[in-house]
Ligand binder design. Structure first.
Ligand code: SF4
Ligand code: SF4
Length: 207
């Protein structure tokens, strides 16, 4: 069982809750699947997420200030609760005992209100996941486009760049080594998944 090393992240030398191995140091999967998270990974993710949130929030505020409150409530509800239920509860990290909150590279601090649910996301969960993402990311875009004052063109371009570059970096450096094989964005290779599932027997096969 994992024991916390310091206050922030799981001990990188101890197998995660779903893994049957006795130690991590000799594991070949270490470089191709990210079982343990770091402050550097979290900081990189938050840099793009917070920058996009500020620029997107600016666009909404300049369109209709009161709409910003609704977007912030939607943002927090989606990434703090809804996404956790439909997507993160399928992630091996969600199975970690000893904490009521996630300690990963993206939704750090979100509460674990449900049980670990190994296996694929249902069609309903995927639908909620994509609709929620589209609404949160798309709302600032619509606000910019409905308020085409010249000063906002720069902010609109910046928002599109932040979201676009953030997505590319996420796919390249996170989704390609993420242990949540249930996520529709996951791009871990089939052979690696097979080897990881053989060690993490509590996961259900969601190749
Ligand atoms: S698969 Fe298991 S042994 Fe290998 S790095 Fe992950 S937790 Fe450690
Ligand atoms: S799916 Fe990603 S964001 Fe969710 S718990 Fe797993 S690593 Fe964290």
């Amino acid at each position: 069982m994992q024991v916390m090393k310091g206050p922030l992240f799981l001990d990188p030398d101890t197998p995660i809750a779903t893994c049957t191995a006795s130690e991590c140091s000799s594991c070949d999967l270490r470089k191709v699947v990210n079982c343990h998270f770091s402050l550097k990974q979290l900081a990189r993710f938050l840099t793009f997420a917070i920058a996009a949130m500020i620029v997107g929030g600016y666009g909404i505020f300049m369109f209709q200030p009161w709409l910003l409150l609704g977007w912030v409530v939607g943002f927090v509800s989606f990434f703090g609760l809804i996404e956790i239920r439909v997507m993160c509860s399928h992630c091996p990290h969600y199975a970690e005992p000893g904490s009521k909150n996630l300690r990963c590279w993206a939704n750090y601090g979100s509460p674990r209100l449900w049980k670990y649910r190994p296996g694929p996301m249902s069609t309903g969960e995927k639908t909620i996941f994509f609709l929620g993402l589209a609404a949160i990311v798309g709302f600032p875009l619509v606000s910019f486009l409905l308020n085409p004052a010249r000063i906002h063109v720069f902010a609109l371009v910046l928002y599109v760049i932040l979201v676009g570059v953030g997505y590319v970096l996420l796919k390249k450096h996170y989704c390609s080594i993420c242990m949540n094989f249930a996520c529709p964005f996951n791009s871990v290779e089939a052979e690696v998944r097979k080897a990881f599932l053989a060690k993490n027997t509590r996961m259900k096969d969601d190749r």
